[in-house]
Design a protein around this ligand. Structure first.
Ligand SMILES: Cc1cc2nc3c(=O)[nH]c(=O)nc-3n(C[C@H](O)[C@H](O)[C@H](O)COP(=O)(O)OP(=O)(O)OC[C@H]3O[C@@H](n4cnc5c(N)ncnc54)[C@H](O)[C@@H]3O)c2cc1C
Length: 471
């Protein structure tokens, strides 16, 4: 599905170095080292419109030691190493623009310990979010971070992912307690203990969360877990305009209502979800909302939310009372990206996200919506709006250079608008290749230099995921 397969020109020395690494790794990994084109291309970006830039080989790691062996061989010859979880990242994070070795961590998928009394678990990085929640269900616990894709926890930590529950439970930065990481010299470090808090030293855990595999390879994670709430209630509420829906979200958050999920879908996205997920929602801007707590607490929260929604002309609030109805609703929300594709058959989708302080949400979404209409784009808006985070999924005709230019202009305007409102170029998808160009505008030269200094200290040869994050 990618735009094109990029061509790379490499020096003779680079080609030789890669050949030596592959020869040395083949001795250790046997058929767990694959150089076939199809597998290599599957390990580069295939989800979005960014080009597919395949690695030279893929290693299927099964242990921390496998990762160490791979990293040491690559470090010796100065060959790039790109970690791979499930490949669902959206900004070209897994591409190998300079070639090298992809380390596929999906076979490192064991849940090593569940400490129910401490509400934490220790897992390997290839465990996916759904796999973990299946494992935890009987213990009455769950892991709340839920990106639309069934991503790996190592990949989610590395992109600082979030999802529909983040407004209540936080993002990966709040839910990773500690990690085991293989550094560029092959050394293995632990970034922390299982203690819930610590004032000891630099916070290495948060340094590796969101590093997109540019500083080290995570081979174990200790995660915070939450108890499955006694009562859950969810429902949908339609609004006359997107502005009124956002205003209701702002007041909900400012009132301190502990909503567990509050998701916006504009009328274009609702129409797409109705068709794709067989829903029959009114085709209006709509909030999907969920409350967690005791029976009494949930009822009280829902009543208060109903009052807020009514203040902005929203309603009626339609409850999804049975667990199957709730699952259908949230599955539809998670499938919003796929639901958007048929809105323009043959087009490619560009999912982009920005995040602004909550007080600026309505203004930012409203202006973005106006831009979409004035530019004549098909770009449903959907978002984890309780955090001030929203996405557009813009459909673009890759055969039409004018259309591509228009869409690029739209996305850059969206980022500039978010930055001007005190926000960020990405609330959860990360930087990868696609958003490197905004790093300077968002962070400034001095902060970028500090990031470069960290990168140079931890990865002096620049072997980890080159061409990502830092411009
Ligand atoms: C339909 C759809 C919906 C989505 N919805 C959301 C959403 O709601 N919220 C959200 O945050 N994202 C969302 N995403 C994006 C994506 O799911 C996340 O970015 C996810 O965190 C990527 O995980 P992954 O396992 O696929 O990682 P990959 O794509 O395999 O890797 C992502 C990055 O992490 C690095 N990496 C992977 N594993 C490791 C490791 N063990 N050690 C070090 N580095 C590593 C890679 O090198 C790469 O830079 C969505 C994507 C799709 C396709």
């Amino acid at each position: 599905m990618a735009e094109q397969v990029a061509e790379r020109i490499r020096t003779g020395g680079e080609v030789e170095a890669v050949a030596q690494v592959i020869a040395s790794l083949a001795k250790h990994f046997g058929d767990r080292l694959v150089t076939g084109r199809a597998v290599r291309e599957q390990h580069a970006n295939s989800v979005t419109w960014l080009p597919n830039e395949a690695p030279d080989a893929v290693v299927f790691a099964e242990s921390t030691q496998d990762v160490q062996i791979t990293v040491r061989a690559c470090a010796e010859h100065g060959v790039p190493v790109v970690a791979f979880g499930t490949g669902s990242s959206l900004e070209g994070q897994i591409n190998a623009p300079e070639g090298g070795i992809s380390i596929d961590l999906s076979r490192m998928n064991r849940v090593l310990a569940v400490n129910t009394e401490d509400l934490d678990c220790v897992i390997e990085p290839g465990v996916t979010r759904k796999q973990l929640n299946e494992h935890l269900r009987d213990a009455g616990l769950f892991f709340p971070i839920d990106p639309g894709a069934d991503a790996s926890l190592g990949g989610m930590a590395s992109t600082r992912a979030s999802g529909t529950n983040a407004v209540r439970y936080g993002t990966m930065k709040d839910n990773v307690i500690a990690m085991t990481v293989v550094l560029a010299n092959g050394e293995v470090i632990s970034t922390g203990s299982r203690a819930r808090k610590s004032s000891s030293g630099y916070d290495l855990t948060r340094l590796f969360v969101g590093a997109e595999g540019t500083l080290g390879i995570i081979t174990e994670l200790t995660l915070k877990l939450s108890g499955i709430p006694e009562a859950i209630s969810a429902g949908v509420c339609a609004f006359p305009t997107i502005r009124s829906a956002c205003d209701a979200v702002i007041l909900t958050i400012q009132s301190g209502l502990p909503v567990a999920r509050i998701e916006l879908l504009d009328e274009v996205q609702v129409k797409a979800c109705n068709a794709y997920s067989k829903l029959d929602l009114a085709e209006q801007p709509t909030l999907f909302v969920e409350f967690h707590g005791t029976e009494a607490g949930v009822a009280e929260q829902a009543a208060r939310f109903g009052e807020i929604a009514a203040e902005y002309g929203g309603g009626p609030f339609v409850w999804a009372t049975r667990p199957e109805e709730r699952s259908k609703l949230w599955q539809a929300r998670h499938d919003a990206y796929w639901a958007s594709l048929p809105l323009r058959p043959g087009a490619r989708a560009i999912a982009t996200d920005v995040c602004v302080p909550i007080s600026r949400l309505a203004e930012c979404v409203d202006e973005t919506k106006r831009d979409i209409e004035e530019m004549g784009l098909i770009a449903p808006i959907v978002g984890h709006v309780g955090d001030g985070n929203f996405h557009t999924v813009t459909l673009v005709d890759m055969e039409d250079p004018q259309d591509i230019a228009r869409v690029k202009d739209f996305m850059s305007r969206m980022v500039k608008r978010a930055l001007a409102m005190g926000g960020t170029a990405t609330g959860e998808h990360g930087v990868g290749q696609g958003k490197r160009k905004y790093m300077e505008a968002e962070h400034g030269t001095a902060a970028l230099d500090a990031m470069r200094a960290i990168k140079a200290a931890l990865d002096p040869k620049g072997i980890f995921n080159p061409g990502k994050i830092l411009p």
